[in-house]
Design a protein around this ligand. Structure first.
Ligand code: FNR
Length: 188
């Protein structure tokens, strides 16, 4: 199973990026997680959507090759960051590579509520016609006060959060197998 991670923060010390790397490492026997680079994507522009620059071509190809997408989002001003919305706009047009591709969502913020509002908006967006991505039901991952849960080496250390993530990943791989007939790596 190959999963593409789209992280809604492009800063180098991003907690959400650290969370992506934690998931990549801890669950490597379940799926290969490819953390995609959205920093190089230009602003979506309808004038060039059929002749996009190379970073857009590469990004879409990687999403297209993945069995599922993991969206990991911070919250900016009560919604998803512009870089994530921009990536979604590219994905929603021309070859519409997200249609029918399964998704799951996680996210963290330094506030108490762990990106709950951003994730609510993202959930709506995933159901829009240009994306139409089936979303893992339930299993909502809101990591609040993330700066207290990740150590100076960038590792997630909060045991209750780790246990919960284990459960969500278990549910995700079962859902992928039962609904989409895609097996986790250790069963392939
Ligand atoms: C934030 N932050 C934030 N947090 C939150 O819980 N709700 C919010 O609406 C916002 N809004 C917001 C806007 C902008 C422009 C910034 C820069 C930050 C704080 C945010 O949770 C914190 O900076 C996270 O650390 C961002 O995620 P990364 O970059 O660490 O992955």
């Amino acid at each position: 199973m190959k999963v593409a991670a789209i992280v809604g923060s492009i800063r180098k010390d991003s907690y959400n990026l650290k969370l992506a790397h934690f998931i990549q490492n801890r669950y490597k026997h379940h799926f290969q997680l490819d953390v995609l680079n959205i920093r190089e994507l230009p602003f979506y522009d309808q004038d060039i959507e059929t002749t996009p620059p190379q970073p857009v071509i590469d990004f879409k190809a990687k999403v297209s090759a993945a069995d599922a997408v993991l969206w990991i989002t911070p919250e900016y001003n009560s919604t998803i960051p512009g870089v994530m919305a921009n990536a979604i706009d590219w994905l929603s047009r021309v070859d519409r590579v997200m249609i029918g591709k399964p998704s799951w969502i996680a996210g963290s913020s330094m506030g108490l509520l762990g990106s709950v509002k951003a994730q609510g908006h993202l959930r709506d967006i995933l159901f829009s016609s240009g994306i139409s991505s089936p979303l893992l039901p339930g299993n909502e991952v809101y990591i609040g006060l993330v700066h207290e849960k990740i150590n100076e080496k960038g590792e997630l250390t909060d045991e209750p959060t780790i246990k919960y993530l284990d459960l969500v990943v278990d549910n995700f791989v079962k859902w992928m197998e039962e609904t989409f007939h895609i097996k986790q790596l250790k069963n392939q």
